[in-house]
Design a protein around this ligand. Structure first.
Ligand SMILES: [Zn+2]
Length: 215
């Protein structure tokens, strides 16, 4: 399986993490989808397409609901004081997002690790943070950095590592048509950036087989 690395970015500015956007306008989306069907040479009035504009509008609103989810609200009451200072890892978090260049899906897995600094976050909140950023129009690199920067700042963690492995339908269905290519991106902050042994431990732990695997 081909794996393609995406160069890790340095201290990149992270945009719109606050999620203060408005809910999608279903009425506008509905009429735009009708227009789009016409532009594609379809007949929006034929039976199979009658409900399509409404369905597409709702699907788009669902897939972009991360714009109006608030991270602070999501984490409210889920941060716990603790003396534990070993690495915490949540791996194989499934995600589905849409590339902002083609409005086509990209999907895959996110692996997250952090070194706590006197507080930890409820484990179920990490996939919800991933979802919040996945459900916006994205590029994989920014998605990766947003997850890492958010955890680093909200937890005041000693370090955070995030690795994203994804397949992009815009690569698979059109253009280069590389069906088996997986794009890998990573963001390493704090101790994960400055201490090679911390980064290596994280990378080793996320590569290990899943619980219940024979090897
Ligand atoms: Zn794309």
């Amino acid at each position: 399986m081909a794996k393609q690395g995406i160069r890790r970015r340095g201290q990149q500015q992270v945009e719109d993490v606050s999620g203060n956007g408005r809910p999608a306008d279903l009425g506008v989306l509905h009429s735009l989808v009708t227009e789009m069907l016409l532009a594609l040479g379809e007949k929006p009035g034929r039976n199979g397409l009658l409900k399509t504009p409404e369905r597409v509008a709702k699907a788009l609103a669902f897939m972009t609901q991360g714009y109006h989810r608030d991270i602070d609200h999501l984490l409210n009451g889920a941060l716990f004081p603790i003396e534990y200072d070993e690495m915490v890892i949540v791996k194989d978090i499934d995600f589905f997002s849409m590339c902002e260049h083609h409005l086509l899906p990209f999907y895959g897995k996110v692996h997250v690790g952090y070194l706590p600094n006197k507080k930890v976050v409820g484990l179920s909140k990490i996939p919800r943070i991933v979802d919040t950023f996945a459900r916006r129009l994205q590029v994989q690199e920014r998605f990766t950095v947003q997850i890492a920067e958010t955890l680093k700042s909200k937890l005041n963690a000693h370090g955070v590592g995030v690795v994203v492995e994804a397949r992009h339908l815009c690569m698979m269905m059109r253009g280069v048509e590389k069906q088996n290519t997986i794009a890998v991106s990573s963001s390493m902050l704090g101790a994960f950036r400055s201490q090679p042994q911390t980064r290596l431990e994280f990378l080793k732990l996320i590569r290990r087989g899943s619980v219940g695997d024979s090897d």
